[in-house]
Design a protein around this ligand. Structure first.
Ligand code: SF4
Length: 238
């Protein structure tokens, strides 16, 4: 699963740096890969500002929160602490931790504020598959084989538009839904971007709210879209 970009990116891999908030192994709880054992790499930094964000500790990159990797990997609760690593160092740590999952979820924060080409290629070199979870508000730079999940964040505090290029790169558009207005906004986005038919569309109720869940079930059934449930929250796992 090594893409053409990999042969070009060995120099980039040695110079790219990523700010890591946490790395942990769990089960992917939502979207197409629900149930797949995964290693999550959570990157620090997000300018989007969703009111209901459950990873607000990743928003700011404060120099006072810089730590050594060992402190970051030993985290037992959410914190804004981060460390800086090259793709090689991240893959080495993945191997040294003895993780068994081959599915790597690069998330955040907003991971696409970074160029993820070197990181995704580095993991593909050791036989892994990468998935990015992004808001679609930054250009997506990753290996060709990377699975891209865009959860469009529309009209948030950071006032960043959802990019058509991000929607067109998406393999999966997983839309957070609270009310009917969210579905109307998604309809507008899909229409403007002319999304290809093969792109998977999923609706995901925000914060397991019952009315949102019922609305998502109704609309998914009518349109033959998928329902994405945050199963990790029901299971109380990370
Ligand atoms: S894009 Fe993600 S990390 Fe950023 S504010 Fe929204 S939910 Fe939180």
């Amino acid at each position: 699963m090594v893409c053409d970009q990999c042969s070009l990116s060995s120099v980039i891999r040695m110079t790219s740096l990523y700010k890591i908030n946490e790395i942990f192994q769990t089960i992917q709880g939502e979207g197409v890969f629900t149930g797949v054992p995964s290693v999550f790499i959570r990157l620090q930094g997000c300018p989007v500002g969703c009111a209901w964000c459950d990873t607000k500790q990743t928003w700011e990159t404060d120099e006072a929160d810089r730590r050594e990797f060992q402190d970051v990997i030993m985290k037992t609760q959410d914190s804004p602490a981060w460390c800086e690593m090259t793709p090689e160092e991240i893959v080495k740590r993945y191997q040294e931790q003895g993780y068994t999952a081959k599915h790597i979820v690069i998330t955040g924060g907003e991971p696409c504020i970074y160029d993820l080409t070197a990181l995704s290629c580095a993991f593909e070199h050791v036989g892994c598959r990468c998935q990015i979870e992004t808001s679609g508000t930054s250009e997506i730079k990753a290996s060709e084989n990377t699975w891209v999940t865009v959860s469009p964040k529309i009209g948030m505090k950071g006032k960043l538009p959802v990019l058509t290029s991000a929607l067109l790169r998406a393999n999966e558009i997983k839309h957070p839904v609270g009310t009917l207005k969210d579905i109307e906004q998604l309809d507008t986005l899909l229409k403007q971007a002319r999304i290809p038919e093969e792109t998977i569309i999923a609706l995901q109720p925000i914060s397991q709210k019952q009315r949102a869940t019922e609305l998502c079930i109704q609309v998914c059934t009518e349109r033959n879209w998928r329902l994405s449930i945050q199963t990790h929250k029901y299971l109380s796992i990370a």
